[in-house]
Design a protein around this ligand. Structure first.
Ligand code: URA
Length: 433
């Protein structure tokens, strides 16, 4: 078999066999297939798509590209949550400690930023000292002791995804359904969780822009997960506006802390409550009403915040920032962004907001680039808000003043101000079981 022929076959829109897909994944992981051929393959898949059999074969090939984990020495039910990626999406930082504080284990492996979206691992690394690379023994011990631990994907787990994820990030091949399914489900199936809740984002800041497309993504992932013996559930949630007010790594950790203190933005708080409720429901903790009440109580009595602080400490981070978020290092420069006319914010291109945050330094342009943890954007006005010309609609932060202009331009191009108040979109569109 030759990689050249596989690329050509996909380029010409033909379906690949299981053997051809395995040949690509094995060869790429072993370093026998170079990045330039893998990039061409990804672009061919991007344009020509994959049928269900190919998508399943790619998912299983990604799962089988490394070790599969054994969490049998973690006591109790294990539940995971995975988002398809969004802007300002810091839900894992809130829902994981809530769920753990309620006695359900969260042994979580998370990713880094991808395309215009942020990643949980980059956010956690904004906490001074926080380690996301722990040994399996330490990881399991922390989960058993505290109920939760969040680490980066280990080198042995689904290594094909680790390599492909970084390559897709810099070759404009992220927003492609079979590549998203195989990336998410490949690594979820290699881990050893009992239940998985998928947060499938939809809208201008998501990789799937329409509810129909997101519903298709959700049902394929739920089916593949169930066929592998997992309890699965997916929620399709809105990403036509950023979630919460803060975009950028330390800014998002601060917002997550505020939310666990009961002072989070309404939209973000609601999505976190719904996700956490569904996670403990799937784990069999009670009816939906009982689960919702437990989740609310864990915030009100401080147990979820305390769990986060303990997890940060156990993962070698400075837990003082959890109780004193003002200790986070501030960006050297800030700039207000003002409305250029009066009216309502009728629509935002959420992906554009994500890119504006990357332009400030909050994400990577190449696989190797460092992140400016304090860079990002605080939204003062969001979709549906009334603004007068000259009102501050956002504040931008960075440690490199030269980055402001392109970020402001991108942000303004992504903000539409009009005369009519827009209709409100729901936060959750569908629940796929
Ligand atoms: N999250 C992932 O892990 N992979 C994707 O492709 C998209 C979101």
């Amino acid at each position: 078999m030759r990689m050249y022929d596989i690329i050509k076959k996909k380029r010409d829109g033909l379906a690949l066999t299981e053997q051809e897909i395995h040949f690509f994944i094995d060869g790429y992981v072993k370093g026998e297939i170079p990045d330039y051929q893998a990039s061409a393959f990804l672009m061919a898949v991007y344009y020509k798509g994959m049928n269900l059999d190919e998508t399943r074969a790619l998912t299983f090939a990604v799962r089988d590209s490394g070790v599969t984990l054994d969490f049998s020495n973690i006591d109790g039910i294990r539940v995971d949550k995975h988002s398809t990626g969004g802007v300002g999406d810091k839900t894992s930082l809130v829902v994981a400690p809530i769920v753990a504080s309620l006695g359900v284990k969260v042994a979580k492996m998370s990713g880094r930023g991808l395309g215009h979206t942020g990643g949980t691992i980059d956010k956690l690394e904004a906490i001074p000292g926080f380690q996301t690379d722990l040994s399996e023994e330490e990881f399991i011990k922390i989960v058993n002791d505290l109920g939760v631990c969040i680490v980066g994907q280990s080198h042995e787990l689904a290594p094909a995804d680790k390599k492909l994820y970084a390559l897709r990030d810099v070759t404009a091949t992220v927003d492609c359904l079979p590549l998203i399914v195989s990336s998410i489900m490949g690594k979820k199936l290699a881990a050893d969780d009992d239940c998985i809740v998928l947060d499938v984002k939809t809208g201008s800041g998501a990789f799937c822009k329409t509810v129909e497309e997101s519903a298709r993504l959700a049902s394929i992932m739920v089916d593949i997960g169930k066929s592998a013996g997992k309890k699965m559930l997916a929620l399709i949630t809105d990403m036509d506006r950023p979630l919460g007010a803060n975009i950028g790594n330390s800014l998002e950790v601060i917002e997550a802390i505020n939310t666990l203190n009961g002072n989070g933005p309404e939209d973000f708080t609601e999505v976190c409550l719904i996700l956490a409720t569904n996670m403990i429901y799937l784990a069999g903790k009670g009816t939906m009403e009982e689960c919702e009440a437990m989740v609310k109580r864990s915030i009100a009595d401080g147990s979820a915040l305390e769990t986060l602080a303990k997890m940060v400490k156990a993962q070698h981070g400075d837990e003082r920032v959890i109780y004193n978020p003002e200790l986070f290092e501030k960006a050297k420069y800030s700039r207000e962004v003002k409305a250029d006319r009066s009216g309502y914010i009728v629509r935002v291109d959420t992906e554009g907001y994500g890119i504006a945050s990357l332009l400030l330094g909050a994400g990577r342009n190449t696989k190797e680039e460092d992140i400016d943890y304090s860079a990002g954007i605080t939204l003062v006005k969001k979709t549906g808000d009334k603004v007068e010309k000259g009102d501050v609609i956002a504040v931008m932060y960075t440690n490199d003043e030269n980055r402001f202009q392109s970020a402001v331009d991108r942000f303004m191009k992504s903000t539409e101000i009009g005369a009519e108040k827009p209709e409100e979109r729901p936060l959750v569109f569908e629940r796929v079981e």
